[in-house]
Design a protein around this ligand. Structure first.
Ligand code: COA
Length: 167
């Protein structure tokens, strides 16, 4: 079944037309403990969250989009560089892009996130990056996926962990 499903989606590089979808995926990447619900969409206007994608299309911004067989976007992963002066959750240093990822709820747990992470690691390596960082709530099951990709805890920011992996 898993193998069958794998043929039912594809991955492509994002372009400028995907920005609205990326904002949607940023919203879906917000951690909701089991039984909870997502906050209102206005959470995207909070400075630390808004900064994650604000002005998308800067040099070095890179995203991959997963599509279903109807060419509908169903998930995304993105990496972006930040500076000490303009940083957001997961910042490690100016040379390490921060990663964000989300899959639409009905498509989770089917291997799509794994394929997107493999893809973005390859792209990051090709661009000469040595590491990728991210921020995750330690209770988020996504932490297991990140650990499989070599992410290790390098710090704590509020209730979240900052993690870094070599690419
Ligand atoms: C995290 C996420 C991108 C992974 O993509 P995916 O296609 O579901 O992942 P895969 O099927 O390739 O891999 C399965 C792993 O994903 C994670 N995962 C699966 N379902 C998940 C869910 N509903 N929420 C969070 N993580 C989930 C687990 O680590 C799982 O590993 P496990 O099998 O050891 O439990 C996706 O589940 C998602 O969008 N989750 C909600 C948003 C989120 O938490 N984003 C990360 C914020 S730091």
């Amino acid at each position: 079944m898993r193998g069958y499903f794998m043929q039912e989606f594809s991955v492509r590089l994002a372009d400028e037309q995907d920005e609205v979808f990326l904002w949607n995926m940023l919203y879906h990447s917000i951690y909701v403990p089991e039984g909870g619900s997502l906050p209102p969409r206005s959470v995207l206007d909070e400075p630390h969250i808004n900064r994650i994608l604000n002005g998308w299309g800067r040099e070095g911004d890179l995203a991959l989009i997963a599509e279903n067989s109807n060419n509908q976007s169903i998930g995304a992963v993105y990496i972006r560089l930040f500076t000490e002066e303009n940083k957001t959750y997961g910042y490690y240093n100016d040379q390490t892009p921060i990663l964000g990822i989300a899959i639409l709820p009905e498509y989770r747990g089917k291997g799509i996130g794994t394929i997107l992470l493999e893809g973005i690691f390859k792209e990051a390596k090709a661009l000469g990056y040595t590491h990728i960082s991210l921020s995750v709530d330690p209770n988020n099951p996504a932490r297991r996926l990140y650990e499989r990709f070599g992410f290790e805890k390098v710090g704590v920011d509020g209730t979240s962990w900052d993690m870094v992996a070599a690419v």
